[in-house]
Design a protein around this ligand. Structure first.
Ligand code: GLC
Length: 622
């Protein structure tokens, strides 16, 4: 897999953007401004003093992360000295998914940790990957594929800071984000979690997001701990090597030489480490057949040695299970490779038992355990969790701004800037707000779950009104037009005759991870029908594609007078209407190459085949 031409040269060519050229030239080392002061520094004496007082069970407990939904008894936190809990994609408070229930849950678990001998607070982790997206009522921002199209670092930083604030409103202080994957094959179900196919843009926005989450100090009560994931080359796997039923790409094998591995996939981690990211999550996937979660060279020699990463490695969900048929051997391989904390959602007791045996048998050294716990404590001290005057309770005063209009306004701006105008024949856009009648069609026009996508309220996302406070594209269109404009709607586009213009909102339905691996990215028949019916009505046709990746458009591009890529915009559908009706002139530029056909994929290989429908960096305005 050849490395891509430098982003700066392509972007400067395509859109006159020179700002990125400065650091592309320095490719291979972090940009000077990426070297934030080290947020993990300054606590070593306190770390060593505490470490020296810890027993082996207390140390191994700190290395253990269970999923709260599988805790057999909350008192297990005390019994096993657990250092961390997570809520996986669907691990909600049993009583209800409300702001109060989440906050009460967080505080209850912390109080159990306060009853241990050393009172070391828990780290509580969650996938707040586009807002505090497990919690009903949270603002849901565009997924990273849309943020990549904005190339707006200040906006991206602001989004992370707002997400951190909405997390803190529940007390939760650790997000498994940003994903700094570099997706190289759009058939991968996690393409939308990546900012771009180009490592330079990923490095820029990944480090920016880390600084947005972690602020100028991890002690700041509005900062949260970030996670750069999934290390390394999760976005470079080959079709057919994955875990999905169709043996897709997810969790598969990336087969490249080390120079390409460093240039394409390690690049974002250089800037994330330089920005002071506190945790890094190794990938389920492999490099040339060796699983990342047991890859000593890449985890310890490269990441901790060469790059100087001083935080800790958190495994992926049950990732160690894939390392060896014998669970104890799997644990031995991963811990000795450099894994520091292990996400064992429902096998925390077995994990602790096996690791204790491994230490007693000398198969895992005490120095490796101490290194892991030192890193974990370093992060907890840096976050102020160990400060005597620090409460482990949530700051409930932050709940007043949870899901607020001010936060939604930033999300709306992100939607505006993320939209990419790919076609505008006959200056169809911007549309008039004073049209007599507008007919809207498409399965994604009035479906909040479809526009928020995966990792929203539940792991795979959902359909319909998945969370309160959002605005569908159809609702946004109705709000945007004049009171005298009649807006009609049919999913299949029938009934459009006589309207002034038709708008079809089509694309994908939600998915996450391997569930999104596809061998065919063609639009579905229901989408083709909706556009065809609008076309048959003899009116101008605007197509809005809501999807987690570029889709194969086929002749639909000819059928559309105007076409806009909206990615997965989140709850603020008003941002789509702003671009359709001229309240915001489109500025988005493709962060992924848009192929003509399936046989071009993977297309961004830097070779002669690069003949896309729309190249990286493309985007029109009006
Ligand atoms: C998942 C994902 C990872 C996520 C973790 C916890 O399997 O691979 O991105 O952070 O589990 O939900």
């Amino acid at each position: 897999m050849a490395s891509p031409p430098r982003l700066a040269s392509r972007l400067a060519l395509l859109s006159g953007v020179a700002v990125l050229s400065t650091f592309a030239a320095s490719c291979g080392t972090p940009r000077p401004d990426a070297r934030a002061s080290d947020p993990l520094a300054g606590n070593e004496p306190r770390v060593e003093e505490l470490l020296a007082r810890m027993t082996v069970p207390e140390k191994i407990g700190q290395m253990t992360q269970a999923d709260q939904e599988f805790l057999q008894d909350p008192a297990d936190i005390e019994k096993y000295f657990l250092g961390s809990l997570l809520s996986g994609g669907t691990s909600d408070p049993r009583e209800s998914n409300t702001l109060q229930a989440w906050t009460d849950l967080y505080e209850r678990y912390q109080q159990h940790a306060q009853r241990t001998r050393l009172k070391i607070p828990l780290l509580y982790g969650i996938d707040a990957v586009h807002g505090h997206s497990n919690v009903l009522g949270a603002v849901i921002f565009p997924h990273n594929i849309g943020l990549g199209a904005t190339r707006d670092t200040e906006l991206v930083r602001q989004i992370a800071a707002i997400t951190a604030q909405e997390m803190r409103a529940t007390g939760i202080h650790w997000t498994f984000a940003p994903c700094v994957c570099v997706p190289r094959d759009e058939r991968w179900g996690r393409t939308y979690e990546g900012f771009s196919e180009d490592p330079e843009l990923v490095a820029l926005l990944g480090a920016t997001t880390v600084r947005g989450f972690q602020g100028t100090s991890l002690r700041d009560p509005l900062s949260v701990l970030a996670t750069a994931k999934h290390y390394l080359a999760d976005g470079g796997t080959l079709m057919g090597t994955g875990v999905g039923e169709g043996r897709g790409l997810d969790q598969g094998d990336t087969r490249v030489d080390e120079q390409t591995l460093r240039r394409v996939f390690l690049r974002p981690y250089q800037d994330a480490v330089a920005a002071g990211v506190g945790t890094i999550m190794p990938s389920y996937s492999s490099w040339n057949g060796v699983k990342m979660s047991a890859h000593r060279y890449l985890l310890t020699d490269v990441l901790k040695g060469e790059l100087g990463f001083r935080g800790f490695l958190i495994s992926d969900y049950r990732a160690l299970n894939q390392l060896d048929p014998d669970y104890k051997t799997a644990i031995e391989k991963s811990i000795n490779a450099g894994m520091d904390m292990v996400m064992v959602p429902d096998t925390y007791k077995e994990f602790i038992g096996h690791l204790t045996e491994l230490v007693n048998e000398g198969r895992v050294s005490s120095s490796r355990i101490d290194d892991a716990v030192r890193r974990i404590l370093r992060v907890k001290f840096a976050m102020g969790l160990m400060d005597a005057d620090r409460s482990v309770l949530a700051d409930r005063s932050l709940q007043a701004s949870f899901g607020s209009a001010a936060h939604r306004a930033v999300a709306r701006q992100a939607v505006r800037e993320s939209l990419v105008l790919l076609k505008n024949g006959g200056r169809t856009l911007p549309l008039s707000k004073g049209a007599a009648r507008i007919h809207v069609a498409g399965k994604n026009a009035d479906n909040l779950g479809h526009q928020t996508g995966g990792w929203t309220i539940s792991w795979q996302g959902g359909s319909g009104n998945v969370t309160p406070g959002g605005t569908t594209v159809l609702a946004a269109i109705k709000k945007a037009v004049s009171p005298n404009t009649n807006v009609t709607f049919s999913v299949d586009g029938t009934g459009a005759a006589g309207a002034d213009v038709g708008i079809a909102v089509i694309g994908e339905t939600p998915y996450a991870e391997m569930m999104g691996d596809r061998s065919d990215l063609a639009l579905g028949p229901e989408d083709v029908t909706a556009v065809r019916n609008l076309r048959a009505a003899g009116i101008p046709v605007v197509v809005v594609v809501i999807s987690g990746r570029p889709m194969i458009l086929g002749d639909l591009l000819d059928q559309a007078d105007a076409l806009v890529a909206a990615w997965l915009p989140g709850t603020e559908g008003d941002g789509v209407a702003d671009v359709l009706f001229g309240d915001y002139r489109p500025t988005g530029k493709l962060a992924y190459t848009w192929p003509r056909s399936m046989d071009q994929i993977p297309i961004n290989q830097g070779d002669a085949r690069y003949d896309p429908l729309f190249p990286l960096g493309y985007g029109l305005t009006y």
